[in-house]
Design a protein around this ligand. Structure first.
Ligand code: GLN
Length: 534
């Protein structure tokens, strides 16, 4: 039988609930339990796919093509779990299911209400994680206790625990214990009040996890236990880690967080095997050198907008035993004509994106990398920009562009596929999720992956235009990966360069801390070589 853990948050948002839930999943997995995990998001968008990264950070894409919250990236990276459509539910998705059923006459003339209909639908979403091969299901509830939006989710989780019975479902509440400088003290009151809000709606947390900047004393833990009605040993301290978020599970394990959770769920502790993880953290803490990679994008000011890219660069750094310093460059700032911002970097990466803002700056960065012998890695829109740059400046197709940015371009080297052009609803035309890619033997890409066929995740509408394939190939652009039928271009590269490559898919979603993505790994290796040569 699957046991359930609900993770809620209080006091403020951005406490790191996702990382705490992911760390717990990782620890339980390394104790031999089969874990599944999901996030409930209180906003009304049906999925985050239509939201700007400025609103909610990056949109994380799963193998099954779900456009999801970036916390799923933490789950997959920490616990190597495979997430999918049942790993992320929003208020919008829950309501649209209920409303669709109501329209079909599914409620037999009854009045459709938040309780029980919406809460039942939420419980169904939680239950969708339960399976014969899942021992423990973790449900992270987005938002902060006290928000109007998250109330139906919390109410549904309360009912769920009640129905599951003792030992089958527990609540973990994450709160903030702020340090007040003027008083020189840590304050427990906000946590007490946040637990008070939960108690008002019938939820008593079983375990309290307290985020703080400063070490907590026994008196703080005792006070929290007393006022929050939690056993003293069930108050866990989660202090800010110094170097890498991958220290979080190690710190939590030191306080037996995972065994306390198992105790509450009436499950045996089993042995914890996290030696590999420990070694990985050690490598991160003691790199042999460093390199600087320019990431040229248009959502640079928000650090969560390219979360998985930064993570994948770090994984690649760990694999190569270097620290990767990212120089975040706002693409538009390169449009003034000066390359000053790019000076001194060891490699250039252009990530994905939508819309034309910043595209000229991205193309300029690619020209700079090509003409200054720097390794380059383009991802999705970054690949489209590499093709445009090559077409304009090497193949002499002046004005070459993607029809996304210039519908009247004389050389539409990136274009919609015929069948997409005729669909009015753009939402339905994205290529989403995992697709196979066949690699061209001996290419840079094939050497990186060291296998002939791979599967990678997509999220785009436009494609390389095959009309220009031969012409660009004759000018020296190598196509090193395609769909198995050869029709869709997936990877392009400049064969005479150590690493000057770009892919139509998003490899960053599949990179893991202990297993860097091969393309990122070789890109960073090329950046190291560039630095040594210099
Ligand atoms: N805007 C481009 C497209 O739709 C690239 C998308 C992306 O980078 N994810 O094809």
């Amino acid at each position: 039988m699957t046991k359930h853990i609900f993770v809620t948050g209080g006091v403020v948002s951005s406490l790191g609930k996702g990382i705490t839930a992911a760390s717990l999943a990782m620890l339980l997995k390394h104790r031999g339990y089969r874990v599944a995990i999901q996030k409930l998001d209180p906003y009304i968008n049906v999925d985050p796919g239509t939201m700007s990264p400025y609103q909610h950070g990056e949109v994380y894409v799963t193998d099954d093509g779900a456009e999801t919250d970036l916390d799923l990236g933490h789950y997959e990276r920490f616990a190597e779990l495979s997430c999918g459509k049942s790993s992320n539910y929003t208020t919008g998705r829950i309501y649209s299911n209920v409303i669709a059923r109501e329209r079909r006459g599914g409620y037999l003339g009854g009045t459709v209400q938040v309780i029980p209909h919406i809460t039942d639908e939420i419980k169904t979403a939680v239950r969708s994680l339960a399976a014969d091969d899942v021992d423990i299901a973790i449900t992270e509830v987005g938002g902060t206790a006290g928000d109007i939006e998250s109330l139906p989710f919390l109410e549904a989780c309360r009912q769920f625990k009640q129905e599951a019975g003792r030992g089958n479902a527990i609540f973990i509440h994450l709160t903030l214990v702020p340090y007040i400088k003027a008083a020189g003290e840590l304050k427990t009151k906000p946590s007490q009040q946040s637990v008070g809000i939960l108690r008002n709606i019938g939820i008593t947390p079983d375990i309290l996890v307290c985020r703080s900047e400063m070490p907590m004393q026994k008196e703080h833990l005792d006070k929290l236990a007393l006022f929050c009605n939690v056993a003293t040993d069930m108050v866990i301290e989660e202090q800010d880690v110094k170097h890498t978020i991958f220290e979080v599970p190690l710190e939590l394990a030191k306080q037996q967080f995972d065994t306390k959770v198992l105790e509450m769920l009436q499950l045996p502790p089993r042995t914890l095997d996290i030696e590999q993880w420990r070694k990985m953290v050690e490598r991160i803490l003691h790199p042999a050198g460093e390199v600087t990679v320019a990431v040229v994008g248009k959502y640079i000011s928000l650090k969560d907008a390219y979360k998985s890219i930064y993570e994948a660069l770090n994984h690649a750094g760990t694999a190569n035993n270097v620290k990767v310093n990212v120089r975040m460059i706002e693409a538009e700032e390169l449009e003034s004509g000066s390359d000053e911002l790019l000076k001194g970097v060891n490699a250039v990466l252009v990530p994905g994106g939508f819309g034309d803002r910043g595209v000229p700056g991205k193309i300029r960065a690619i020209t700079y990398a090509r003409t200054h012998g720097l390794p380059f890695f383009g991802i999705c829109l970054g690949m489209q920009c590499m093709v445009i740059e090559f077409a304009r400046n090497v193949a002499n197709l002046a004005g070459a562009n993607s029809t996304e940015f210039d519908p009247d371009t004389p050389f539409p080297v990136i274009d919609l596929m015929e069948e997409q052009r005729n669909v009015a609803d753009k939402g339905g035309t994205m290529r989403l999720g995992a697709y196979p890619c066949a690699l061209v033997p001996k290419s840079r890409a094939a050497r990186a992956y060291n296998k002939p066929n791979v599967s990678e995740r997509h999220r785009h509408r436009y494609e390389f235009n095959n009309f220009y394939r031969e012409q660009l190939e004759q000018c020296g652009l190598k196509i090193s990966g395609t769909s198995p039928d050869g029709k869709l271009v997936e990877i392009v590269e400049l064969p005479d360069r150590d690493f000057f490559a770009a892919c139509q898919f998003h490899p960053e979603f599949k990179s893991r801390p202990m297993e860097a993505h091969p393309l990122f790994r070789d890109f960073v290796a090329a950046a190291i070589k560039q630095k040594v040569k210099k």
